[in-house]
Structure formats: structure tokens, C-alpha cells
Design a protein around this ligand. Structure first.
Ligand SMILES: Cc1cc2nc3c(=O)[nH]c(=O)nc-3n(C[C@H](O)[C@H](O)[C@H](O)COP(=O)(O)OP(=O)(O)OC[C@H]3O[C@@H](n4cnc5c(N)ncnc54)[C@H](O)[C@@H]3O)c2cc1C
Length: 197
């Protein structure tokens, strides 16, 4: 559960010694390799002047379980690699969906309205499959709330960009919950790179 959303994010992989690699790349630009490790805020100082390319050398890979509404927005971030559970080749026989906190917390009747809509979608999906319709066509009746799983790889520069856009108040609340968790993970992993977020 992240910020009242039943979603999940797990770090699967990250560039080893990421900040060391970033400093190595940055110091190469300035021919100051001999000073490696002497300035604790070296990376923040580069970022402050807009010298950011060196943080592209480090990447992180995340497993994310969230709604299709969320992943539809997430994959707009293009400097990335994505692998997402297929609704063409995998049947969504078990109704799994993400209920927005705003709906669940409004009142019982509103929550039940949402639950009924989900049940109706899955009932129609099962009826279509039973009539021989392939999952790739039957899925058209499934909701945006449908749970999905995706593995995402981004470099650190793109992760900074995603956090800035997606952990903000303007972002979709489910996305904000996800981006805030990614921010927490990245601040622990690479405090110099994510110091200001
Ligand atoms: C609050 C909010 C509301 C939104 N509403 C809508 C909406 O109503 N409709 C809609 O369609 N989208 C909407 N979006 C999506 C938004 O327009 C972007 O597509 C999305 O945030 C991806 O970010 P990005 O374009 O910065 O790209 P990324 O793919 O994350 O790229 C990172 C950066 O690389 C550079 N870059 C990447 N590709 C190019 C390129 N082809 N040319 C030049 N520079 C490039 C840009 O500087 C870009 O910021 C919304 C996003 C947010 C955060």
C-alpha cells in the first residue's frame, strides 16, 4: 500500500557504485580525476549549473504493480525501456483492479458503485471469452483501473525528471504515490544525485 493506493514498486537493479561512476565521468570532463572523492557535494554542484549528462551513465530498473491508467501515463516517458504484462496473450480472468483512494474514501455507496462497475466489466469479459472471442479483443471491455505489472529501466537523469513531474501536486494521485516512493528509494541509493528532490 503506497499512500492509500494498493500499488507496489520494487527496485530490481541499479548500476553498481553509481555515484562513483558519475563522478568519474564528470571529473573526466574537467580533467580533475586526481580530486576524486575529495568534494562531498561535487555532483550537486554540477547539477546546479545544468551539467547533467554524467548522471545518464547510471540506471535503475523497477518492478511496478499499478493500474493501466497509471502505466498509460508512465510510458509517455520516452528515455526508457519497458516490459509490460500483455493483455493480448495473458487472460485477465481474476478481477484485479486499483481503486482510487478518492473513490474508496468518499462513502460506502460511492465505493459500491465502483465495485459494481468493476464486476460488470469482468462479467462482460468472461462472457466474451466464453463466446470464443480472443483475449486481445475481449480486453476492450476491461477498465483503466485494471491492475498491470511493468518493468521499467531509466537512467538517473530521466528518474530525476520523472520525480519532478510525477511527484508534484499536479500529478495523478496514484502516480504521485508511485513517484514519491521512487524518490525515497533513489534518495537512499544516490543521495548526491537526488539531494534536491
Ligand atoms: C500534470 C501532467 C499533465 C499532463 N497532461 C497531458 C495531457 O493532457 N495530454 C497529453 O498528451 N499528455 C499529458 N501529459 C504528458 C506530458 O505532456 C509528457 O508527454 C509526459 O510528461 C512525458 O514527459 P516528457 O515529454 O518531458 O518526456 P520524456 O520522454 O520523459 O523526456 C525527457 C525530456 O527529454 C526531452 N525530449 C524527449 N523527447 C523529445 C523530443 N521528441 N523532442 C524534444 N525533446 C525531447 C525533453 O526535454 C523531455 O522533457 C501530462 C503530464 C503531466 C505531468
Amino acid at each position: 500500500m503506497l499512500d492509500n493506493y494498493d500499488i507496489e514498486v520494487k527496485l530490481l537493479a541499479v548500476t553498481p557504485d553509481a555515484e562513483k561512476l558519475i563522478e568519474q565521468a564528470g571529473r573526466l570532463c574537467w580533467n580533475s580525476q586526481d580530486k576524486t572523492g575529495t568534494t562531498p557535494d561535487r555532483i550537486p554542484k554540477w547539477l546546479q549549473i545544468g551539467h547533467e549528462s554524467m548522471i545518464e551513465h547510471a540506471c535503475a530498473t523497477f518492478y511496478i504493480r499499478a493500474s493501466r491508467v497509471l502505466t498509460h501515463e508512465l510510458v509517455r516517458h520516452r528515455l526508457a525501456s519497458y516490459s509490460q504484462r500483455s493483455q493480448r496473450y495473458v487472460k485477465e480472468s481474476v478481477p484485479r483492479y486499483i481503486e482510487p483512494a478518492e473513490i474508496r474514501e468518499q462513502d460506502k455507496e460511492t465505493h459500491e458503485l465502483f465495485e459494481k462497475a468493476m464486476a460488470d466489466c469482468w462479467k462482460a469479459y468472461e462472457h466474451l471469452l466464453a463466446r470464443g472471442i480472443k483475449p486481445e479483443a475481449a480486453r476492450y471491455v476491461l477498465p483503466g483501473a485494471c491492475e498491470t505489472k511493468i518493468i521499467c529501466t531509466w537512467n538517473f537523469r530521466e528518474i530525476r525528471h520523472i520525480i519532478k513531474l510525477r511527484a508534484s501536486r499536479q500529478a495523478l494521485p496514484e502516480m504521485r504515490a508511485l513517484a514519491s516512493e521512487i524518490r525515497k528509494i533513489m534518495k537512499e541509493l544516490a543521495p548526491q544525485v537526488f539531494y534536491d528532490l
